[in-house]
Write a protein that binds this ligand. Structure first.
Ligand SMILES: N[C@@H](CCC[C@H](N)C(=O)O)C(=O)O
Length: 286
């Protein structure tokens, strides 16, 4: 099975064309390929392009636990870079369909910089989804491990829970992230961001990704955290989001249509051996 690997600020994805995985990619195969020790290792797999109406490119996005994500900011920037490298798009804007909605991508600097119009972010509980009556999920609280945490929730196609805090750390994110990800308030689970406001144009986040765990960067997480910071009146409309893997630039209008841009790096291309997919037991290790 031929693969291409890229990363966006340390958030790494494998691109596989549908023709290379004729039986599709079942969750066990995804877990084996993404496994850091026994497979290729990745924060997810991008299966595409699927060609849809009017030449729009379609992609399916899988998490390393085998679940399917509706959207991924870095995943989409990487997929756009892949299409550019394969000569399927130029430096003009083009559309990509995800199950979380259509986005517009644009490649620049010979495939090193990629921007995506991510769509419109919403804070509405029924869209995210968050349990309970329909409302905007702003400044709510929950008790996690005996600690009361204030949070906001949002969707840009995939769900996010943003906790604004004066102190953020990898340890806290690794400890509380999985508990919040699977909290009963979030029936589809959630991505989690701990966010520290640096000033009106800069925000730092630590990320726990649904289905992937602790990651160095996430485009949809950066979008959600920036939108929450603006909604709370703490930041302006153009924000640099600082993550352990580097920075993404986020810009939004008054209706939370999000524009994101940042770098993508080509890592490798090659062949995934059949025996990776045949390893018994590995699929349960995630
Ligand atoms: N890395 C991503 C998000 C990938 C999907 C996420 N784990 C989910 O399940 O929603 C990004 O850059 O946005």
């Amino acid at each position: 099975m031929e693969f291409y690997k890229y990363h966006g600020l340390g958030n790494d994805y494998i691109v596989i064309e549908p023709g290379q995985a004729e039986d599709g990619l079942e969750p066990g195969a995804i877990r084996r390929i993404c496994h850091r020790q026994c497979g290729l290792g990745a924060d997810g797999i991008l299966l595409g392009p699927f060609f849809e109406e009017n030449g729009v490119f379609g992609v399916r996005i899988f998490n390393p636990d085998g679940s399917e994500a509706e959207k991924s900011g870095n995943g989409l920037r990487i997929f756009a870079g892949y299409l550019y490298d394969r000569g399927r798009v130029s430096d003009k804007p083009f559309a990509i369909n995800t199950i979380g909605g259509r986005v517009t991508a644009q490649v620049s600097d010979a495939g090193h910089m990629i921007s995506v119009e991510m769509g419109q972010l919403s804070f509405t509980s029924t869209q995210i989804p968050v349990t309970g009556e329909r409302r905007e999920v702003i400044n709510e609280s929950m008790v996690i491990g005996g600690q009361r945490l204030g949070f906001c929730a949002a969707t840009i196609g995939n769900p996010h829970c943003v906790i604004v805090s004066d102190e953020i750390s990898m340890d806290q994110t690794r400890r509380l992230g999985p508990v919040i990800e699977t909290h009963e308030m979030f029936p589809n689970r959630t991505n989690v961001q701990f966010a520290k406001i640096l000033d009106r144009a800069n925000l730092a986040i630590e990320i726990w990704e649904r289905g992937a765990g602790y990651t160095l960067a996430s485009g949809s997480s950066a979008s959600a955290a920036a939108a929450v910071a603006r909604r709370l009146g703490l930041c302006d409309a153009e924000i640099s989001v600082h993550m352990p893997g580097g920075q993404l630039q986020i810009r939004m209008d008054d209706h939370y249509h999000i524009h994101m841009s940042g770098p993508v790096v080509r890592v490798a291309r090659g062949e995934i051996h059949r025996e990776v997919l045949d390893q018994p037991g590995i699929a349960d290790l995630f």
